[in-house]
Design a protein around this ligand. Structure first.
Ligand code: ASN
Ligand code: ZN
Length: 542
């Protein structure tokens, strides 16, 4: 590697537009290419294909890190601790030791994730992923910023932090799962603030909450908070599906225990590992769930039947098209709870509860949410995101989190570019909550931008996660229609999520992440690759 640092500096100043980016091809292969977002932060480095020394992916990844530390300005590479190794979209190793077995060449593409730690404490959301192909350095994705620790040890204890977090939410009733917390460093500008990351989940409320809160471990104040269920009603009530009851005629996999039948599906490959699809009911309440049972195995609870059938379809798609066994890739059981609350116009994946929750809708704005296949797919993909890219549910990374769920919903649904058409305003035929082909369509309250020129800067809706998702949604639509296959398009989106995206990936980084995933599956000179570049460019993402 010659004069790499100098070359990178030149590139960094040149590469600020898509024209300059494509000019990157002209550079010699033995130089790294540096890609930045609109704020000048590096999110992607395309590597020089140098051979990396080392017997394991982790050893080679450390070599790769050495090669880019100058570009990123990394002070101390020991802040980076190797974690998961991903190959062919599958986590092959989560511990450095067990990676010894695959060290040879002709491995194909291997991605090694580094989590950042300061004094052994995780830095929230900070990750770099090293990419290699047959032992050659192909690049790095992720962002880096030098951080100064505010403290090395907490002053307040975990119990107090949890109390402060709960009191911040304003909820004083029974939590759905016990609140939990861990010590992290939260990056805030150039500081690493020692904080407890606390999760608080309560469904027994008119406005349920599924929160992540950061409590300063020295001063005790809440320094950042995200309620996944906040702002949904006022901005973009939810994703959606169909209320026709067509699935009433569907075949169901159930289990007989004693005299009763249960909505438990043991027919999927996941059952080899004990995994089932099980549907419960909240019985129009918000605290406890019970089994949905039936005496004669002829099921009449439409919402329960639809949830059960639709989760089965989404499971099959994940396995057949993406090769993923359940949301975590490990065949873990998929749990749904229907009839949550009264007339509730939403459905969600709860990370705290590790399950899906469906309202019945109020019958005017929405009908029962489980009847929308794209709703179920959308919600379940939030779980996939949690186990892969981990995209933070705020701002651009949050809009990507939303968009990847919509894209998956459209891929599974297959026949239209509407989201939630089956459950949206049952009295108005033909409309939908969101339109991926033209995000500006529909109810003005929920209309979205479809181009970066119309990007909405807001603190509402967790920084516009359901608003600006229109931009990557349109890119997905453009790409999938231009190559003529939703399945092929979502495969690239999925590989990007498993191997190239980090919790803080932004729109510009998502463009490069999908291009790298596309390069892994297709040739760079392929029409697919060109269509993907064109799709992102058409929505103004450089
Ligand atoms: N249905 C919503 C969604 O998945 C729930 C939420 O706001 N997270 O986007
Ligand atoms: Zn969502």
């Amino acid at each position: 590697m010659k004069k790499r640092a100098a070359a990178a500096a030149v590139l960094a100043s040149l590469i600020t537009s898509s024209i300059a980016l494509s000019g990157g091809d002209a550079y010699a292969q033995d130089e790294n290419q540096v890609y930045k977002n609109e704020n000048g932060e590096i999110h992607t480095i395309v590597g020089d294909l140098q051979k990396l020394a080392g017997a394991t992916p982790q050893e080679r990844a450390f070599r790769a890190l050495e090669q880019v530390k100058g570009d990123y300005g990394i002070r101390d590479v020991s802040e980076f601790v190797p974690g998961e190794v991903v190959r062919n979209g599958v986590v092959t190793s989560s511990s450095p030791k067990s990676a010894k077995s695959f060290s040879a060449q002709s491995l194909g593409d291997v991605h090694t994730k580094f989590d950042r730690k300061l004094d052994g404490i995780p830095v929230y959301g900070e990750q770099l992923i090293m990419h290699e192909k047959n032992g050659q350095f192909t690049g790095v994705t992720g962002k880096y910023k030098a951080l100064k620790e505010t403290a090395s040890a907490p002053v307040i204890g975990l119990t107090e932090a949890i109390e402060r977090a709960i009191s911040f939410t304003g909820f004083s009733g029974q939590l759905s799962v016990p609140a939990a917390g861990e010590l992290v460093y939260l990056p805030v500008e150039d500081q690493a603030v020692l904080a407890y990351k606390v999760t608080v989940c309560y469904l027994d409320s008119d406005s349920p909450g599924d929160w992540i809160l950061f409590v300063n471990a020295v001063e005790g104040e809440v320094i950042r908070s995200l309620n996944k269920l906040a702002g949904v009603k006022s901005t973009a009530a939810t994703t959606a599906g169909t209320g026709s009851g067509a699935s009433g005629a569907a075949k169901l996999h159930t289990v007989k225990k004693g005299a009763d039948f249960y909505l438990e599906d043991r027919s999927k490959a996941m059952y080899l590992k004990g995994g089932t699809i099980t549907t419960y009911t909240f019985n129009y309440g918000s605290i406890s769930q019970t089994y949905v049972t039936d005496k004669d195995n002829v099921w009449t609870d439409e919402a329960a039947v639809d949830a059960h059938v639709n989760v089965g379809k989404v499971y099959d798609y994940l396995l057949k098209v993406l090769g993923r066994d359940s949301y975590d890739g490990q065949g873990t059981s998929i749990v749904s709870g229907v009839h949550y609350s009264n007339g509730y116009n939403n459905a969600f994946w709860s990370g705290a509860m590790q399950q899906m929750v469906y309202g019945d809708g109020d019958g005017a704005e929405m009908s029962s949410l489980s009847s929308g296949l794209d709703v179920t797919a959308h919600e379940l993909f939030h779980a996939v995101t949690e186990y892969t890219s981990g995209l933070e549910y705020y701002g651009q990374s949050g809009a990507l989190n939303e968009s990847w769920s919509d894209a998956f919903g459209a891929a599974v649904d297959g026949d239209d570019w509407m989201i939630g058409e089956d459950i949206w305003t049952p009295g108005v035929p033909g409309d939908a909550l969101r339109y991926m082909d033209d995000p500006t369509k529909g109810d003005p309250l929920y209309a979205q931008p479809g181009h970066m020129d119309d990007y909405v800067d807001t603190y509402e809706d967790n920084g516009g996660v359901h608003i600006n998702s229109g931009i990557p949604n349109k890119a997905f639509y453009k790409f999938a229609t231009s190559i003529g296959s939703r399945d092929e398009a979502i495969k690239i989106w999925y590989l990007a999520a498993t191997a190239y995206m980090t919790p803080t990936t932004d729109f510009s980084g998502a463009r490069e992440a999908t291009l790298l995933a596309c390069k892994e599956l297709y040739d760079k000179s392929s029409s697919t690759y060109k269509a993907l570049e064109a799709a992102w460019t058409s929505v103004g993402v450089k």
